[in-house]
Design a protein around this ligand. Sequence first.
Ligand SMILES: Nc1ncnc2c1ncn2[C@@H]1O[C@H](COP(=O)(O)OP(=O)(O)OP(=O)(O)O)[C@@H](O)[C@H]1O
Ligand SMILES: [Mg+2]
Length: 225
Amino acid sequence: MTIIRAEDISRSFRTGNATIDVLKSINLDMERGTFNILMGPSGSGKTTLLNILGALDRPDTGKVFIDDQDITGISERKRNVLRRSKLGFVFQSLALVSNMTAFENIDFALRISKYNGRDRRKRVEECLDFVGLKKRMKHYPGEMSGGEQQRIAIARAVAHKPMLLLADEPTAELDTNTGLRVVKLFKDLVTHDNITVIMCTHDPSMMTVADRIFMLEDGVINDAA
Ligand SMILES: Nc1ncnc2c1ncn2[C@@H]1O[C@H](COP(=O)(O)OP(=O)(O)OP(=O)(O)O)[C@@H](O)[C@H]1O
Ligand SMILES: [Mg+2]
């Protein structure tokens, strides 16, 4: 079953007098419960594409469908609801709130998403456990290593049970082993919870976990299966 589909997506940026065509008529679809990797050289448009797929940005032409809903023309308010309820994001630069503990960071995200599970505390603890950091729940981000903070960010991104998780180079600042551990967590989400993951990376060692690899080059996708 297709969870996300892009039809004929293009996106250009103007800087001064020059226009750069970053995405040129991209078509792709991804199946529910799969691990998808988006690769490509720096500047090839991975982040630009991920932002469009995650309803953070709009394409100049083309359409994006998430869970069969055309999200291209919908209002900003509806996009907000969609992002909070169905999507989860992990960014390269950590975005934990520094004066909140690990527990509070996740709990806060759950409240924003209007999570309607009966026991929010239990869900936060479950997510901390999933990333192996339950014993750190009272720690502040500044008291944790980069890898630990990234794992908390992942716990936060999945706490509300999104159907689609978008991750932009989540392992870029981690050493290889910690990076592989983070990717393994994503893989578990795919296999156990049927979540679809889209991850940008330019690290070839991550390719082994992917169900599908999309290569972005010169504004077009080469589906490397
Ligand atoms: N808001 C913007 N205004 C102007 N140019 C932009 C804007 N956003 C992106 N670009 C340009 O579009 C191109 C693609 O950028 P993007 O961030 O998508 O690349 P990327 O593949 O994610 O690269 P990296 O691997 O370095 O993160 C770059 O040349 C960048 O300068
Ligand atoms: Mg990028």
